[in-house]
Design a protein around this ligand. Structure first.
Ligand SMILES: NC(=O)c1ccc[n+]([C@@H]2O[C@H](COP(=O)([O-])OP(=O)(O)OC[C@H]3O[C@@H](n4cnc5c(N)ncnc54)[C@H](OP(=O)(O)O)[C@@H]3O)[C@@H](O)[C@H]2O)c1
Length: 338
């Protein structure tokens, strides 16, 4: 089969289309013939050597949608030919509160979805939402799951609450915005471009502030009024996380699921205790979160925001777009069977 293989840490051009052996399903596994895959920032971090436990060569990609092409021993044969989306989380473990040591995400260490075919446990395939194209369905899994657990399972956002989403153009944050809006929250955003703030408003955000052109904490504080937002959902990290603590209302919640600009930054501990803040860490989600996310998207007719679709052979150009934060929403790879 054809796959995009990363053999060496480095620039996007290190992602090369190659001919590689077909995966064969083991007991309890299926092989999915992929029609689309999607990028996540994780893929860029791995390519740049900024991720733990990198093993090379690797086929990146956590997100995929396609049709079941082969089933292993013990797997229901009626799955053959079914249109599916893949839950990228494997072996979460018995504790719903946090993943166990065996937990792993498709696309490292296991080969991922930048390929014509991928092998996954049968338990990880779910029916493709009928209302979505394969490209939209491929955009859903990792980002939708992460956003759902952060907003619903962890923060428990309620109708009428005010939610701030930092870096609204990101793949996950575009879902955070949509999920919070669907719940009935008032959503405000930050972004590095006015055009992306306008896009966020089309998705239901009330207003936004450009973090490149001024003091976004002051700007959003003024727009929201009162004591500030009930919830801030952040994946920017670095200095932004400390600023999120400054913006949140007394008694508010701050959810973090990422650190795009760095894992450390100035953080005033007194803000946490004096304002009685709750800090919630969130990563990916359980199998139950994944199923609930699919049901939520179906119930609220949510459509993933697809930024741009590249052919699989142009994975390098797709990565360059993510490196430049050029996207609004998810960058997708279209995968042909020949
Ligand atoms: N813990 C988990 O399970 C989990 C799951 C998924 C992702 N993540 C992490 O979450 C982060 C986002 O992932 P993603 O795939 O959604 O990435 P992405 O699509 O590349 O989005 C990143 C966004 O961050 C914003 N950003 C970049 N620099 C910024 C700055 N200086 N200040 C404010 N915002 C800035 C940009 O928003 P604008 O374009 O609007 O400016 C950019 O689009 C990554 O760090 C990723 O590793 C964690």
């Amino acid at each position: 089969m054809k796959a995009v293989v990363l053999r060496e840490i480095g620039p996007p051009t290190n992602l090369k289309l190659e001919e590689v052996p077909d995966p064969a399903p083991g007991p309890g596994e299926v092989v999915v013939q992929l029609k689309a895959a999607a990028l996540n920032h994780r893929d860029a971090f791995i390519r740049q050597g900024l991720y733990a436990g990198i093993t090379l060569p690797i086929i990146l990609g956590s997100d995929g949608a396609g049709e079941v092409a082969a089933v292993g021993e013990g797997v229901d044969r009626s799955l053959l030919g079914r249109a599916v989306v893949i839950d990228p989380g494997m072996d979460w473990g018995p504790d719903e509160r946090a993943q166990g040591r065996a937990y792993r995400i498709l696309g490292l260490p296991d080969n991922g979805t930048y390929a014509q075919r991928v092998k996954v446990p049968a338990a990880n395939v779910h029916p493709k939402p009928a209302a979505l194209s394969f490209e939209e369905a491929a955009a859903l899994p990792l980002a939708g799951l992460t956003a759902y657990r952060a907003v619903v399972t962890r923060a428990g956002v309620q109708p009428g609450e005010t939610v701030v989403v930092t870096g609204a153009g990101g793949g996950v944050s575009s879902f955070v915005l949509q999920i919070a809006h669907a719940i009935g929250a008032r959503v405000f955003v930050t972004s590095g471009s006015d055009e992306k703030i306008a896009r966020a408003r089309q998705l239901g955000a009330e207003a936004g502030v450009n973090y490149r052109t001024g003091d976004w904490v002051k700007g959003l504080g003024g727009l929201i009024g009162g004591d500030g937002p009930d919830v801030v959902v952040d994946s920017v990290g670095g200095e932004t996380f400390g600023q999120a603590l400054a913006l949140a209302r007394p008694g508010g919640r701050v959810v973090t699921y990422g650190a795009t600009t760095g894992a450390t930054g100035k953080l005033e501990v007194r803000r946490i205790f004096w304002k009685q803040l709750t800090i919630l860490g969130s990563t990916m989600g359980t199998a139950r979160d994944f199923a609930s996310m699919l049901a939520f998207c179906d119930r609220h007719a949510l459509r993933p925001v697809v930024d741009r679709v590249f052919p699989l052979a142009e994975a390098a150009a797709a990565h360059a777009r993510m490196d430049d934060a050029g996207q609004f929403g998810k960058i997708v790879l279209r995968i042909d069977s020949r």
